[in-house]
Design a binder for this molecule. Structure first.
Ligand SMILES: [Zn+2]
Length: 492
């Protein structure tokens, strides 16, 4: 009955809610994918390389890439004229003959019009790909050398697509109630140890981008916007004068924003951290619940993992069927708000704290989301049960039953997004089997050692892009057991 109820509430749109699946979608697995997608999955041979940990990186490092984004956003046209300046230092040990710019907006036909590209004030020579472009440098960029890239472009924001069975919901786009700008500017991906750009192919589910830390200066001028339009962003505005908003965000993975004339904003402060929810008017009480539970999660995870790594957290109700994390901001589908029943026993609570946990596992401690997606997703899913144990111990059994066991999860945890045969097997393995693995690890180590390990993992990987290799290397300091090789959870 509960699942029928959930299905009736959420299932009115045909897709499922990706981060969580409150209902099984009508076409959940590989067998029901379109032939094109199935072929693409079958034909893809991805060489998986496990990355070694990268050197020490600090949020206040002067060598971090710097993005200045000057935006004129015309609400009536749903378009943005952007002047972007990137200051980038070659921190690798080799000469760079080209610079790759991950440009997710290229995946939306007609959305991006490049007007002008300058490299050190000279006209840039570049090649455009399907989801990136490559700047060809006449003279290579030597180690330690700096380059300034200016890009002028027009973004025509696409409408948010209707839910589709095989594809992850679109996030970049607008609807009648909101406009979302995520991965909306070209950015330089990290370099791998062997000097290759860490930019993988987009996929039908899961995330494919890997983010370096960077500093952001963003100016947004809103034009022709309805009265009462507000902006939710990854950071707090440094200043706002009429329709001009200025933001500065240091040592972050990305800068996302969303605007709407309808947001009801509620804020809370905890230990100097500003938490805000941006909710549609008809979901105000659910929005207050989200704010309350997210704040409690911040309190708990700060204690269990490391102090909250950001100054703020912005929560945005999403007009699409997905929950999605960004640095300092996350989206939470309206589908979860619909499920709110004035109790904590629902997916709204679980996914709120899951997304909150991504500020540790994703933002502060990043990972290669395409090749090692379990590293953040397993830890975030397990963070959900840590929350229920602390605040609602009577719901622990419910969580394991409805969030995990109901789906009878199986599959190896540690495959790349390209190797699972559809979203559901991917989620069952990386999220759900991932949570079961972490519980088995905790059972084996005992609480004290398990949480000591998590604390050291967090502290030592802060601001870095962590790896599975490092996770298990560190674990060796806490136990004689070779968890990787002795466990059935991992594909070797
Ligand atoms: Zn997640």
């Amino acid at each position: 009955m509960i699942f029928l109820f959930i299905y009736m509430l959420v299932g009115c749109s045909k897709s499922d809610i990706q981060e969580t699946q409150v209902n099984e979608p009508p076409n959940p697995g590989f067998s029901t994918l379109t032939p094109e997608i199935r072929n693409a999955i079958q034909e893809t041979e991805i060489e998986i390389q496990t990355r070694t940990p990268e050197p020490e990186k600090k949020a206040n490092d002067p060598g971090l890439p710097e993005y200045s984004l000057n935006v004129k956003f015309d609400y009536s046209k749903q378009s943005a004229l952007v002047n972007e300046t990137i200051k980038y230092v070659n921190n690798s040990k080799q000469i760079l003959n080209n610079i790759r710019l991950a440009t997710d907006t290229l995946r939306y036909p007609g959305s991006l019009s490049l007007e002008n590209v300058l490299v050190n004030s000279n006209e840039g020579n570049f090649e455009v790909g399907k989801y990136y472009f490559t700047l060809l440098l006449k003279e290579g960029l030597a180690p330690g050398e700096k380059v300034e890239i200016q890009i002028e472009y027009l973004l025509s924001i696409p409408p948010l697509p209707p839910p589709a069975d095989d594809l992850k919901p679109g996030i970049y786009g607008y609807s009648t109630v909101q406009t979302n700008l995520v991965d909306w500017y070209p950015f330089i991906p990290p370099l791998s140890e062997n000097g290759e750009w860490l930019l993988h192919d987009p996929w039908f589910y899961g995330e494919y981008l890997v983010y370096d830390l960077a500093n952001f200066f963003v100016e947004i001028e809103l034009i022709n916007a309805p009265i009462n339009t507000t902006i939710a962003t990854s950071s707090i505005p440094a200043s706002q004068v009429e329709n001009l908003y200025v933001y500065s965000l240091s040592g972050a993975r990305n800068f996302a924003w969303s605007l709407s004339p309808s947001y009801v904003i509620e804020t809370k402060e905890f230990n100097g951290i500003k938490i805000s929810t941006h909710t549609f008017p008809f979901h105000q009480q659910a929005g207050s619940h989200v704010l309350e539970e997210s704040t409690k999660a911040i309190e708990l995870y700060s204690r269990l993992f490391s102090p909250y790594p950001r100054e703020n957290l912005t929560i945005v109700e999403a007009d699409f069927l997905d929950g999605m994390e960004y640095d300092g901001l996350f989206f939470l589908s309206r589908g979860f708000y619909n499920l709110f029943d004035y109790t904590p026993q629902n997916y709204l609570t679980a996914i709120t704290v899951h997304e909150t946990a991504h500020q540790w596992w994703y933002a502060s401690i990043a990972n290669d989301q395409a090749l090692e997606p379990w590293l953040d997703e397993a830890l975030c899913t397990y963070s959900e049960i840590l929350f229920f144990e602390e605040y609602y111990p009577e719901l622990v059994d419910w969580w394991w039953e409805y969030r995990v066991n109901y789906y009878q999860p199986q599959g190896f945890i540690n495959k790349s997004i390209y190797e699972y045969q559809g979203f559901v097997p991917y989620r069952n393995a990386t999220y759900l089997q991932g949570a079961k693995f972490l519980q088995s690890l905790r059972d084996e180590l005992g609480d004290k050692i398990f949480f000591d390990f998590l604390k050291e993992y967090t502290a030592s990987q802060k601001d870095k892009i962590s790896t599975q290799t490092y996770f298990f290397e560190l674990l060796q300091n806490y136990s004689e057991i070779d968890f990787y090789n002795s466990s059935n959870y991992f594909y070797k």
